[in-house]
Design a protein around this ligand. Structure first.
Ligand SMILES: [Zn+2]
Length: 310
């Protein structure tokens, strides 16, 4: 396998930076993570990421493989290797030339994209949609993020500012959303929204509930949990039907913690989505759960290098 290439994959989140040494066929040769503590400054985050990259490069040297480049998933709006803003959970995470900074430090090409985008790319290249060229990825967590892969490449709209899949409107007179809009998918179908809907129906405090709890109650056939899960998956199904009508993907991948609840969860979304979608648009589409878990970000970040560095 002398021709196999290797890349550093960096997945920066609100609490950790995950990092890995990845081979072009998707093997993870080494991975680890470092904490990005609660009130850590921008300078300390940049230094922690630098330390993470150094660890991977040292590991590569130790096992005698050469590194082609560094792929990087970061929260926020990313274009041309620069984070422009939009990452509210990291200190002053705006106007930072991540690509310029780390390529100067390490002498390697550095490609950066939004964190949800690289997770989606990871699933498309190595995970649930391996072998597919046209994929929609949704991650359901405290918010709803997503990615569009078209012709095998990430599609981000002009200057990579689009694909905010959680902010399509599903109720035009609906509740306020964190984005400043109203009636967005995220306001109805994120895990946070599910928790507050269940709290209302069950009379419990939102502090005592999490996604796992609701899933357990659903599996016990508790009426409030059953109603909430049906509604939750129906919201997602509505939005996904719209995405299928627009993009006719081969696969729609559902990721995020709650997607690991079980196949029943994916099946409920699927049933809903296929009851609303145009049959011609969805003829070649399947809806599936993500398969890479926490590794999706690092794998997708590394694949930025394999896809774009010759
Ligand atoms: Zn919104």
């Amino acid at each position: 396998m002398e021709n196999t290439r290797y890349a550093v994959g960096i997945d920066l989140g609100g609490t950790f930076v995950k990092f890995a040494l990845v081979s072009e066929n998707g093997d993870i040769l080494f991975d680890d993570k470092l904490a990005i503590g609660g009130k850590i400054s921008r300078e300390d985050i940049l230094e922690t990421v630098s330390k993470a990259i150094r660890k991977v490069i040292e590991k590569a040297a130790e096992i005698k493989v050469s590194v082609t480049g560094i792929g990087f998933g970061s929260p926020g709006i990313v274009d041309g290797g620069i984070v422009h803003g939009g990452a509210d959970n990291l200190d002053r995470w705006e106007n930072i030339d991540l690509s310029g900074m780390y390529s100067a430090e390490f002498g390697l090409p550095v490609l950066v994209d939004n964190d949800a985008n690289v997770m989606g790319l990871g699933e498309a290249v190595y995970g649930a949609a391996k072998g597919c060229t046209d994929v929609i990825f949704l991650t359901v967590g405290t918010g709803i993020g997503g990615a569009i892969i078209m012709n095998g490449q990430l599609y981000g709209g002009y200057k990579n500012r689009g694909t905010e899949m959680g902010h399509v409107t599903i109720d035009h007179k609906g509740i306020d959303c964190n984005c400043g809009g109203r009636g967005c998918l995220e306001a109805y179908a994120s895990t946070n929204a599910l928790i507050s809907q269940y709290a209302q129906r069950s009379g419990k405090s939102p502090d005592e509930i999490n996604g796992h709890y609701i899933v357990e109650k659903f599996l016990d056939n508790e009426p409030a949990a059953v109603e909430c899960m049906q509604e939750h998956t129906d919201y997602l199904g509505h939005a996904i039907a719209g995405f299928m009508n627009t993009f006719a993907p081969q696969k729609v991948i559902i990721g995020g913690g709650i997607s690991e609840a079980g196949q029943f969860y994916i099946d409920m979304i699927k049933k809903s989505a296929f009851s609303y979608v145009m049959p011609d648009c969805s003829r070649f589409t399947d809806i599936v759960g993500a398969t890479l878990g926490n590794s999706a970000g690092c794998l997708g970040a590394a694949s930025l290098i394999f896809k774009n560095v010759i």
